[in-house]
Design a binder for this molecule. Structure first.
Ligand code: PEP
Length: 250
């Protein structure tokens, strides 16, 4: 049985004060969330602050990005051992905003995934199609390509201990959500593609849905058999909404 997982991607939002308020609100509302795992991914500069607040809780800390390099002269980058050093257990790789706004391609994303694993971080690998790709009927082709780049580099077995997030790009931050059936279809496709190489990895990998999940639509999405949780952007910035989603996953 896969443990449900809800990850909050705070993106480039907040201040020290608001980060502190948000994490306190989340921690204080976690009483009923006993089954689902809840992860928060604040901006780099607030990782330590949020990590300190998380001491003694069951909530793991995650980062939003990582360098493919181990360490060294890479100005502005953050290395996986640094993330470990400040207490991160998870890291998002290949978020669509990184792919589309910062030109991260499949190979680079796969290298980041491999680096994260090598340093003992659990990657949350984001995949998903653009609107024009969905309209052209190439969703599965795109998702397969993004997934295969990682399998080719890091091996299919690595997915057993990793997380995949299916995030249709047209649904991210747009208020336009995939229907539960649309999401389920792609989740099932991802699981089948992994199963073709490793039944065990397919059975164990947690596949999250992301894209305008909110307090109202979470329950019906999370009810689908291959949706193991959510990657939450906008709604993770309001403790009450985020907690409602965590309860739904629970
Ligand atoms: C995301 O950034 O991963 C995301 C799903 O954002 P939102 O929930 O705001 O659509």
């Amino acid at each position: 049985m896969r443990q449900p997982l809800v990850a909050g991607n705070w993106k480039m939002n907040g201040t020290r004060e608001s980060a502190q308020l948000l994490i306190k609100g989340i921690i204080n509302g976690m009483a009923g969330v006993t089954r689902a795992e809840v992860v928060v991914c604040p901006p780099f500069v607030y990782l330590e602050l949020v990590g300190a607040a998380l001491q003694g809780t069951q909530i793991p800390l995650g980062a939003q990005n990582v360098s493919k390099e181990e360490m060294g002269a890479f100005t502005g980058e953050i290395a996986a051992p640094m993330l470990k050093d400040v207490g991160c257990q998870y890291v998002i790789v290949g978020h669509s905003e990184r792919r589309t706004l910062y030109g991260e391609g499949d190979q680079l994303v796969a290298e980041k995934y491999a680096r994260a694993r090598k340093e003992g971080l659990t990657p949350i690998l984001c995949v998903g199609e653009l609107l024009e790709e969905r309209e052209a009927g190439t969703t599965e082709e795109v998702v397969a390509r993004q997934l295969d780049a990682v399998i080719d580099l890091a091996g299919v077995a690595s997915l057993a201990e990793s997380v995949v997030a299916y995030e249709p790009v047209w649904a991210i931050g747009t208020g336009r959500t995939a229907t539960p059936q649309q999401a389920q279809d792609v989740h099932a496709f991802i699981r089948q593609r992994i199963a073709a190489q490793s039944k065990e990895a397919a059975e164990q990998v947690r596949i999250l849905y992301g894209g305008s999940v909110n307090a109202k639509n979470a329950a019906e999405l999370l009810r689908m058999p291959d949706i193991d949780g959510g990657l939450i952007g906008g709604a993770s910035l309001k403790a009450a909404d985020f907690l409602t989603i965590c309860q739904a996953a629970n």
